[in-house]
Write a protein that binds this ligand. Structure first.
Ligand code: DGI
Ligand code: FE
Ligand code: FE
Ligand code: FE
Length: 188
């Protein structure tokens, strides 16, 4: 398995400087959230380093990996922007020797979310929304909610994504809606 420093060196070379800056922000926010909510900060940071590792893969290459391996085929019917998450988890295992299911799942579901998100899934997905470099309408509200509740922060984050998709008349990956509904049920 790769050391922290080896991971950072290799992953940072696979993306533009701006995306690496975003990744560093996600690392920082994921460690903070992990400490606050009782997740393993070392694992959260490893997932954060790798979460967008496949972001700049050519679409055709992502498609091949999805078709030829045990990844969700239904992704292919939805926005390509979703694909890097499952492909990233695949790469983390194949190329970086990550075996830890908590870390792999947090990478795999960092974009879509899922029903029954684990603590680690929640930490990484929310860190991706609130890292210091993010600037989109409503991000400060999500940051504030994240100080009080992982679930409230995530619901607001997923709501903002869903609203954006609706405003653009884009189709929504059903798992995102299921994830959002499940988080609301968890709070009831
Ligand atoms: O990779 P990042 O830009 O850091 O963030 P991400 O992995 O959360 O998001 C990738 C993009 O996917 C996001 O801008 C919105 C887009 N997207 C398209 N369809 C869906 C979707 N995101 C979710 N959660 N659900 C969708 O159905
Ligand atoms: Fe991502
Ligand atoms: Fe990201
Ligand atoms: Fe507050």
């Amino acid at each position: 398995e790769f050391s922290r420093e080896e991971l950072i060196k290799s992953v940072s070379q696979q993306m533009p400087a701006m995306r690496w800056k975003h990744t560093q922000g996600v690392m920082e926010s994921a460690v903070q959230l992990a400490k606050r909510y009782g997740a393993d900060p070392v694992k959260a940071e490893r997932a954060a380093i790798l979460h967008d590792v496949a972001k700049y893969w050519p679409v055709k290459q992502m498609e091949s990996v999805i078709r030829e391996n045990d990844l969700s085929k239904d992704l292919l019917f939805y926005d390509k922007a979703l694909w890097h998450a499952e492909v990233g988890a695949f790469v983390a295992k194949r190329d970086y020797g990550v075996e830890d299911a908590e870390v792999l799942d947090a990478i795999k579901y960092h974009t879509s979310g899922r029903i029954g998100m684990t603590l680690m899934d929640k930490v990484v997905c929310l860190a991706d929304y609130i890292e210091p470099g993010r600037d989109f309408p409503g991000v400060n509200n999500i940051r504030e909610l994240a100080n009080h509740s992982l679930e409230e922060g995530l619901i607001a984050g997923l709501d903002s994504t869903i609203s954006l998709l609706v405003s653009r008349r884009q189709i929504i990956y059903p798992l995102t809606v299921l994830a959002r509904n499940d988080l609301i049920k968890q709070l009831e």
